[in-house]
Design a protein around this ligand. Structure first.
Ligand code: PEP
Length: 249
């Protein structure tokens, strides 16, 4: 089975000014100096450069939280993949449930964004997850399968292993409710099976869990066979808490 380097990503959402981002990175770097994992920070667009400049020569990668599928054009307020690459950004979060819920991010757009990110040399971190209603109705697997099929429809099979998938049950995001390690493992294993059916090198795909990950629950979640890391929201805003999560992976 291929080695999957654990990946711990900090999704800051709409938090941190440039000054605050700089303080965070300065506090984080000495705490994670020995890590062998991929550590990814996802700041707002305005703080990308500040984080990029401070992390040169470290294990930290930088990801944007969204991008447009076109390289340029009349799309007011949007940012494209080549613009991110120019800043030395290496990855991009796509399809976060907050973007799907509040900004109408649709599978049709994601089906274009994922290949556009890959074409530009960005590592896409594609988020998929079910609502509480879907879970209660026994539709978790159906939702995950539909999203994966739709959002990865235009990605060639031999490039799917370059996509990081984040399993983020919507009911666990920012709620303090965490999926049990068994629930998270079951969903991540299912995601891997769906990718395998697509003909992808599914064992090489990194699958992260996201949803109220904290220092207290990280180790157990991250020890599951099909969970290769975490996408962390609230607990990633504090360098000490985030460093503890990186350490527990
Ligand atoms: C997220 O924003 O992707 C997330 C998982 O948030 P939280 O850790 O706060 O639940």
């Amino acid at each position: 089975m291929p080695d999957r380097t654990p990946c711990i990503a900090a999704n800051w959402k709409m938090h941190k000014t440039v000054a605050e981002a700089g303080e965070f990175v300065d506090a984080l770097l000495p705490r994670i100096a020995a890590t062998q994992h991929d550590v990814v920070i996802c700041p707002p667009f305005t703080a990308l450069s500040a984080v990029v400049e401070r992390r040169y020569g470290t294990a930290v990668k930088v990801a944007a939280q969204n991008m447009h599928e076109e390289d340029s054009g009349a799309f007011t307020g949007e940012v494209s993949a080549p613009m991110l690459v120019e800043l030395d950004v290496e990855a991009v979060v796509l399809g976060h449930s907050e973007r799907r819920q509040y900004f109408g991010e649709a599978d049709e757009a994601l089906a274009r964004k994922v290949p556009a990110a890959l074409a530009a040399g960005l590592e896409p971190i594609l988020c998929v997850g079910e609502s509480e209603e879907a879970r209660d109705a026994g539709q978790t697997e159906g939702v995950l399968e539909r999203r994966l099929q739709a959002d990865l429809a235009e990605v060639e099979d031999d490039r799917i292993a370059e996509v990081v998938i984040a399993y983020e049950p919507i009911w666990a995001i920012g709620t303090g409710r965490t999926a049990t390690p068994e629930q998270a493992q079951e969903a991540c294993a299912f995601i891997r099976d769906v990718l395998r059916e697509r003909g992808a090198a599914a064992d090489a795909v990194r699958i992260l869990y996201g949803g109220s990950v904290k220092p207290a629950n990280a180790a157990e979640l991250l020890s599951q066979a099909d969970i290769d890391g975490a996408l962390v929201g609230g607990a990633s805003l504090d360098p000490e808490e985030f460093a503890q999560i990186v350490e527990s992976a």
